[in-house]
Every structure is written in C-alpha cells, then in structure tokens.
Design a protein around this ligand. Structure first.
Ligand code: AHN
Ligand code: ZN
Length: 333
C-alpha cells in the first residue's frame, strides 16, 4: 500500500467519523417543535364534561333559589372529596336593584403550607335573565349557563382531581365566585352606573378568606366550553399580567392548542379578574371566549340566551383549556 492510498483511507475514515459525530450533534441540539415534553398529568375532559352536565342538571343557579343552594352544596362536597381544604364564604350582597343576594364563594386550597401560590377561578352562579335572547318573552327567564358559568367550574373540578393525585410544586387555590352574573339587564334601558357585575369577587377581594392573601398570579376561566371557542389576549389581562398571558398562550401552542389560544389581542372584559387585581393586586388573566367581530358584545352566539345549553359544549375545548392550565401549574417550580 503506497502512501497516497494510506492517506486517502485515513481521510475517508475521519470523514465518516466526523459525519457520524455531526449527525448525533444535530439530532440532540435541534429538537422538533412537536417533541415538547408535557410535565402535567393528563386532563380528564370526560370528567370536566360530566361536571358541566351535572351543574346544568340542577337548573339555573341563581342566588336565592334552591337550585343554587343544592349546586353549591354539591360543588363543596366534590372539592372536599378531592382532598382540598374548603372554605365557604357566605355573604349577603346587594344587587343593582337593591335585592339582597345570599351569596357563597367556594374556596378550595391545596398545599396550604406553601408560600408560592397560584389562584384559579371561575363563577358558579348563572344569570337570572336571558336578556340577549332573540325572543323578548325569554328576557326574564334565568339561563342554564352550560357555557357561561358551568364550563369554567367543570374544568376546575377536573383540575382539582389531578391536584389531589399529583402534588405540584406550588400551592393552588381554586375559587368558585358567586354573584358574578347579576348585572343590570339590557332591557332596563340606561346602564346603571356602578360595579354591579362580579359581586362575589369584589366581596372576596375586600374580605379575603386568609388575611393578606396573595398569589403569584391568577387565572380566570370564563365561557371555555364551546366548539368554536377562540381565546384572544384580553386587554386588562395584558395590562396587568403580560407575562402570564405569554406563559399561558405559549404553553397552549406547545401543547398543540394554538387554534383556540390565538396570539392576537381581543377586547377588554370587566370580569372577576379585574377585581382580583384591583383589590388583592394579584396579576390576573381571563381566558374567555371572545369574538372579534364584536357581534353580541364580543361573546358566543348563545350568550345570555335560553340556548346556553349542553348542545354547545365540546370536550375538545374543555381539554385544551384544562390541559393548558394544568401544564402551566406543573411547570412552576
Ligand atoms: C359584562 O358584560 C360587563 N361583563 C361580562 C362578564 C361576564 C358575564 N362573564 C360572563 N357573563
Ligand atoms: Zn354571563
């Protein structure tokens, strides 16, 4: 074998070794976008759906009705069953029309000894008026609130089950606020000045269940159940908690739920998160189904109508929301 041959063989051998090495490096240093490693337990969308159904089966959950009391009792007992420390905060709140509402905020805590906490919330009451119904005769009919009320609560109950099974690093508080949807009806003509929506969260904000209660951030789930749900970045959320919005929307994208969590700005909604921030200074966001065409005040087509029923509830949407929120929690360290 002459020198030329020897050098060529050595050269080829080193090229082969090199290319092998390169190949290995390439594979480990540029993971595919799809290979995101989920850290949270699987969210049970069937269970969330069952909980939405169960709430609707009680009938409308309007304060001062027996259906409201029965559903509240059910929610408390389920949260206790899932191992949470539950506080029932009862209060008599004054509605826009002077009516006294027997309200109850339901607060469920996990990992109470933990300093770092995340707050999850939704409203469990339903609106006493279908004031956006096409048929005027329905305007005084209480709504079933499958989406507007029950969907967010259903997702949070299914999250509670996972929190009991696998303890996250952070403490978690779940609050089901009452009397969110007792605002002045559209048929009353002129808007009544004052903060008449979100009475339960306003009360809790001024009277937290734990003195000086605070959390790293808060996430509100409102109307998270319809097939066509689109979650845009809500304006007040972006103002007070831009990093939380980014965290939630990018997590949703990584999990493959970008079709629901749209990385564009939506409108501003006066919802429970506004008061949680205003009174407790907790940066809070609202995951809320919003329509940028702004028909129907920006909400889904059956909003505040007698048609806010189970037919519009879709398990895939519940899954997208529940899994995204779970992932955000279990990613905390
Ligand atoms: C207002 O319409 C002022 N706020 C909407 C919040 C809401 C109502 N969420 C559910 N129902
Ligand atoms: Zn509503």
């Amino acid at each position: 074998m002459n020198m030329y041959r020897l050098i060529s063989i050595a050269l080829i051998a080193s090229m082969v070794a090199c290319s092998c090495g390169n190949k290995t490096t390439t594979n480990t240093s540029t993971p595919q976008a799809e290979s995101y490693q989920q850290v949270s337990p699987a969210f049970n969308a069937d269970l969330a759906y069952e909980y939405v159904q169960k709430q609707v089966d009680f009938g409308p959950r309007v304060p001062n009705t027996k259906e409201h009391v029965a559903c509240g009792d059910f929610l408390v007992s389920e949260l206790k069953r899932y191992g949470a420390e539950v506080v029932e905060q009862k209060a008599v709140l004054t509605a826009y029309n002077g009516k006294k509402l027997n309200a109850r905020n339901i607060i469920a805590s996990y990992g109470e000894d933990k300093q770092e906490r995340v707050l999850l919330f939704a409203h469990w009451d339903t609106r006493p008026y279908a004031d956006h119904d096409k048929d005027e005769k329905n305007h005084n009919t209480p709504i079933l609130g499958a989406n507007d009320g029950a969907s967010g609560v259903g997702v949070l109950l299914a999250i509670a089950k996972e929190l009991q099974t696998k303890e996250p690093n952070v403490g978690v508080d779940i609050i089901l606020f009452d009397a969110e949807d007792y605002g002045p009806p559209a048929f009353d003509g002129a808007e009544k000045p004052g903060d008449w929506w979100c009475l339960g969260s306003q009360y809790w904000g001024k009277n937290p269940h734990v003195k000086g209660y605070t959390a790293k951030y808060g996430i509100l789930l409102d109307m998270v159940g319809t097939k066509e749900a689109t979650f845009y970045r809500e304006i007040y959320s972006k103002q007070v908690a831009p990093n939380v919005v980014e965290k939630v929307w990018s997590t949703a994208r990584q999990l493959g739920y970008g079709k629901y969590f749209i990385s564009k700005d939506g409108g501003g909604v006066t919802d429970d998160h506004v008061y949680v921030h205003q009174y407790r200074h907790i940066p809070s966001i609202d995951i809320i189904d919003y329509k940028i065409d702004k028909k129907n005040d920006g909400f889904f087509s059956h909003w505040h109508t007698v048609n806010d029923t189970m037919e519009n509830i879709d398990k895939e949407t519940l899954k997208a929301v529940g899994q995204t929120v779970l992932e955000v929690i279990y990613k905390e360290n």
